[in-house]
Structures are given as C-alpha cells and as structure tokens.
Design a protein around this ligand. Sequence first.
Ligand code: SF4
Ligand code: SF4
Length: 235
Amino acid sequence: MPELKFDKTKCADCEAISCLVKCQYMDFEDKNKAKQEWQKLINGEDSSVLTSCTTCYACEEYCLFGNHPFYLIVERQEEKGILPAPRPIVTMWVNQCQPVGRFMVGKIEERALSYCFLPQFNTLVKGKLFDGIAWSAIFGQEFFCNAVYLHYAKASVIKDRLPKIIDNIRNQGIKELVCLHDECYGTFTSLAPAYGIDMPFRPIHYYEYLYGRLKELKDLIKPLNTKAAYQRNCS
Ligand code: SF4
Ligand code: SF4
C-alpha cells in the first residue's frame, strides 16, 4: 500500500506555516498558534483544522517546501472518522466508481485522451484540434483518477485504487495521456508522486494540448478579438 511522503522535519524548521496562515477558511494570522495547531495535526492529536478544512486543496501550493499538508489532513481525518461530507454521498462515490473490469477504450495509440469518468468530455472532441487523436481515448471506472476521495476523507480508497488505475493506463500502451479532466492531471502530477507511485506515462493538461495544437494550426486561426479567462478548479 503506498504511503504519503510527508516530511515532518520540514515543518519543524518552517517559520511561515503558510499551509494554515494562508488558508482562506481558517483564521490563523498568529503564526505561533498556527504552528501549535499544525503540530497537533502532525502528532495525530485532535485539531480544529480537521473539522474546519473545506478540502480546497490550496495549501498543497501554499507550502513552499514541497510537503503535502492537505494530503496529511485527509489522512488524519480518515484516521479519526471525520467526514467532510454526508456519509451517504461518500458511500455513493466510493461504490459508483469502483473498478469492475469494464475497459472502455477507443483505438488506442501511444498518445491518448482521458475522459476520466465524465462521458460529456466526448462532446468536446471534434474538429481539427483533435485530428489524429479523437479515437485514441479511454473512459470509465478503470481509468477514474480517484482525486475526489480527497474531499471525503478516503485516502485509503486512493491508495488502494490509484496504483491499479495507473497500471490500467500503462497496460494500454499509453505513453502520453491528455487529461481532459483537471483532476486527472492533478492526480498524476501531484497525488501519485506524493504517495511514491511511479508514473509510467506523461500526463498532459488539456490546455497544454490545446496550446500546442493552436500553435500547429496558427495559419488557420481567425482572431475573435475577445478576451477569455480560465479559472482553475480546486485541484
Ligand atoms: S506543511 Fe509546509 S507550510 Fe505547513 S508547516 Fe510544514 S513545511 Fe511549513
Ligand atoms: S485544504 Fe483545508 S487547510 Fe488547506 S487551504 Fe484548503 S481549507 Fe485550508
């Protein structure tokens, strides 16, 4: 079973405690108080952080030392049986995404698209942007990234299922995976390494893919003179 790579010696030397001080959902302007509370969490003691955390993921980026404060919070929530969501919802998610051995794949090439467990992504895949890759796609429980369980204090489900999901993708012969679902990209670039899981393929964010294709097709682009913004999701 993979184990979280969390280095508590980094926290001992950390003066910023930015994981809690920068948190938008807790009031930890006092760094000494933040340090005390964080130490309780490291020690496995009760902490207000465990019930106040909205599972927004942000402290994974606030920490400047590459530690994994949010993933540690999730581990501790699970150890203490603290559920950030109603139990029926958690149970529904655990059950509905269970791998069942049904591999939904297209004509797979070394570069493939992942729809994760969201069939609506299929509707985005059309036109010149997807020439040569549209049929090389995977979908379903066997390829589900599992990041959602970070919202449900279910690190154990991630540790059990994620290595199998990554194996399933590798076994398709995929070397580069274009993740249409942001959480897949977050899973493969952050969550898997945090748990020491080797990545046998290169994850590519959907927008990285689109940017590359737009550069390749630049002579066909007709400017709309419209500004657009992309708001990242939580993970
Ligand atoms: S998790 Fe990161 S930011 Fe938080 S105390 Fe540890 S080193 Fe500092
Ligand atoms: S994941 Fe929790 S502790 Fe971390 S920034 Fe978000 S609300 Fe705060």
